[in-house]
Write a protein of this length. Sequence first.
Length: 206
Amino acid sequence: METATSLMIGQLSEYLRGLTQRLDPGAGWYGEFLRRDPDGMRACLDGVAMPPWDVMESLLGDLAVAGGGESVERETEYAAGLRAAAVTAWDRLPGGAEELRTLLAAAVAQRTASETAVRTLTARLDTATSRAETETLAGELSWAQDDTARATARCEDLTARLTALRRTAPTPGPVSAAPWAGRSGPGPADSAGPRSPHGAAGPLAG
């Protein structure tokens, strides 16, 4: 029998699978996530890791580019609610606080490394002597800035989750029907995969 916790986690993974079914795996941020961390992406899709909100936002951005239209804003609100309920349930499982602290330490380290890379690349860009070198460094700088922004967002998210975990609050209930209900097109998959032990997720987890 499904518990409220497994139901909420399953709702998020089902939604995420349905979302990615509407995206091109060879393009956009979805394609980039699959290239850079396929195992982490798969863990999120299978429901054995919590996707960082920045990842979900990027996937929703891909959907908007692909022609999601005005419904993307409404779907973003729905996705945020799904994730909030799922991470609350996830964090309350045994080992949740320890996993959050581990992920936060990793995010802080990533932010520090990315900020260092931004400073180094900015300095190198200022002294570039050719167009080719300038273009290469500019591309690397753009990625370093993106990494910094994502790490910063994850630090804030993980800190907030740790703070919330220290409070006593009732477990949230399942979220209502998905915004695409009743319209044609691919929807979520049928079930969520098994949950992995805390700390087993890849770089996309959060």
